[in-house]
Design a protein around this ligand. Sequence first.
Ligand SMILES: [Zn+2]
Length: 466
Amino acid sequence: MTTRRQTFRLYPNKAQAKALFAARRLHCYLYNACVSHRQTEYKLGNKSVDYYTQQNALPAFKKEWGEFAALNSQSLQGTVKRVDLAYQSFFSGLRGKPKFKSIRNYSGWGYPGKSGWKATTEGQHGTLTLNDLGITLKMRGKAKEWAIPGTLMIVFKPSKRQWFASFTVEVATIEAKFGSESDLKYESIAAYDLGTETALTLFDGTQFETVENPRLSHKNDEKVRNVAKQKRRKRAPKKGVKASRRWKKINQREANLKAKVARQRKDWQHKVTSDIASRYDIGVTEKLNTKGMTHTAKKGSKRSVRETGSPAKQLSKKRKKQKAGLNKSILSVGFGTLNKMITYKIEQKGGLVLQLPTRIIKPSQRCPKCGAVHKEWAELKNRYHVCSACGFEVPRDQGSAMVMYNVATHQQPGLGTSLASLGCFSATSETRKTGSMRQLGQKKRQKSNQLDGNGVLETPSAYAVG
Ligand SMILES: [Zn+2]
């Protein structure tokens, strides 16, 4: 079974919207309380607080703060878990330190199990009942695939002031056509290189295909800059100062503009990836570390040194600028997103996407014809490659796509022939750990061994909310 997310728009009436906003506010308070708790304990030099300590403190918390008692306890646990996940990714260096969240932008809350809510729908429109709030909401939308939903997220989009219900459903997994290396068929195979000049360069054994970077955001950059400038001249909200009506108005216009750019980009991404996925059963690409590539070259910050592996201090001014430009281009194409979209679309029809290890294959440094590796090709400014060993000439991106195609079809000179030995057969089955909410729904409350004495935190000061 595969888990899919299906989202419907909610249409609350005035009273229902009020209840939703109230619940959202409480969840935001809880989130901030948990962050505060962790920060306070850390400052006091006590043991670090883990998820179960906070989860087990919830009953006492509810006793102290009565308004939380009405809310679904699993959904409260979900919010506590959110804080835990934020800290986990902070500890692993993926994100910055969790901050207090403003109620203005707080996104919502979730129900990690099947209890506490009921969706009445056949996959198109219908109603949603939230037991803890005692409301039944009108719901509109159409699910691509529908089954009995397992979890629910209530999401608020502040820019549009719209509410959404996002369910996960378990749908049948499509049987993979290619289980092992010997199953591979070469008629329907395409290698693609994701780049910045050209968004995508594809090679299917006979011909090349290029997809140009639309640079949508560049087109709209001026408009966005203009609106931002106007916004700066209006009275923004501060502590004790309300935003002016003009600020609110221009703020809304800015949000609409940004949303439009995002929609355009998404539309373009779907068109490009659907087209490729519909024509090929096997995709070949390189395993990219976009995180390292897109990370801004901050002034000698520890972070960028750690993530890019090179001291940012040593970057010359020019290179910094180049890197910033590269970042912008990568982000505006949604580099990783394209790859992910192609992968899931091909896998959805039973195909396979091979992710080749970049460091071993070196697609952009290797000559597709003789296999010689040219270090100087790695520099991004070298757009056209001429092999000094065999004289083969090829544009950079096309060369990369060719090398990857050759590797997948066992034709690349200078490299071993087995794909399994390159470790790329299991790459596609690697998925991100997203089951945390679901696991939470299945887990019972556990006693944390970090609790001492009566085990609950009674000091409301640790829960300084507001
Ligand atoms: Zn060569």
